[in-house]
Design a protein around this ligand. Sequence first.
Ligand code: BG6
Length: 454
Amino acid sequence: MNKNFLWGASSSSFQSEGMWKKAGQGPSVIEIEQHGNLQSFQIGVDFYHHYKNDIKLMKEAGLKAFRFSISWSRVFPTGTGKPNAVGVNFYRNLINELAKAKIEPIVTIYHFDYPLALVKKYGGWISRKSIADYLYYCNFLFKEFGNTVKYWVTINEQDHIVKIPQRLGFKHGGFKEHMQDCYQANHYMSIASSLAIKLCHTILPKAKIGPAVSYQPYYPATEKTQDIEAAKTANLLTQKYILDLQCKATYSKKFQNYLKEKSIHLKLKPDDFKCLKEGKPDFIGINYYSSNIVKFLPSESNKGEIEGKPIPKKEYGLYAIQNDPTLPTTKWGWTIDPKGLRIALEQIYQQYHLPILITENGYGDEDKFLGGNITDSSRIKYLKDHINELIKAINENIPVMGYCIWSFTDVISGHNGSDKRYGLIYVDKNMNRIPKQSFNFYKNIIRRLNGDVT
Ligand code: BG6
């Protein structure tokens, strides 16, 4: 296996750092989104104070890369203007510590925690003004940290941000009510991302930069044409439209027709597409956890259920997204489909011909102590099976740059707070770090596949 392959792990600022609104950090939209769960995010896993120790453990595991995000409002408490020196120092120290341990930092510029001040000022991403503030922030980061950071991720899971209005700063209402604004925000975010890529290429010609999307293959539930068509549509409307825009600088005709049917009118400027063309990503980051099957959903079936079961993700007249009943799931109902990872890599590479970085992949569980140990054999199986499929994909000549497990230590889960753990390292109530069995498993995988041992 290529010696430069980035065997890594991933995290985000709001799920790990703690020190919520302390040390000069400004508020972010997380306080709107996570109302029920705020307390655990306020403390996180206290990465702010434990990063040195965590990096020691990363070194012991043999990690080649660590992906973390910078909290925009820790650097610019009001989203723009004067930087907060304490926050900047924290990230400088963290990056230097990684450099000492010879671990490549992969920096996500923005992972969900958008500064609340910008929402209050002009509505945040729903306004074109947001593009300039994002670029101001990126420019600062590239100049401040560009001499040590080679890998950058512009935006984490834009596909999710635009479908969850609270992540855009709306206090009330779902996607259906805010559709016009959500798609407009998506347009501005895509331009912001492409301008950041262009800026990065100018300031840091040796750096590599790209977006990270959540990606899952959608399999048609049956061989019926209408289910095959439905699966394609689900793919287009949940993930492909964003990749088309960012990698091919285009809205497909089918997506344009969909917007028309929904009476969505995007404010576009001819120059927008020039920006998108000029800011082509160096790689596509993908967060892969699971796959789904898709069935055609007739418009008249407005009961919101298929065969008596409620369908969480649906578009009447188009598709219903469901679990494949033949595949196992996690305790939270996420389908476990290792082959889906290879299929996702194949699909993305066939369409966009760009290298791929697996920015997240992991298994959420409750993780309990048994005789002083955390025997997370289900996680080990999940990781082993996914890594096997990753290797098959690489052997099929799909250029994969790296694989980052979500997550290195436990962090606070986005949907399920501290009940759901992903880490290779357990974090207890007193913030002690206790390696799980999967820590040793990953350590051995890296040593073996990196060619350190035969
Ligand atoms: C990804 C996010 O969607 O999934 C992470 O980038 C998140 O922030 C991860 O933690 C797992 O989701 P959850 O809700 O199980 O924590």
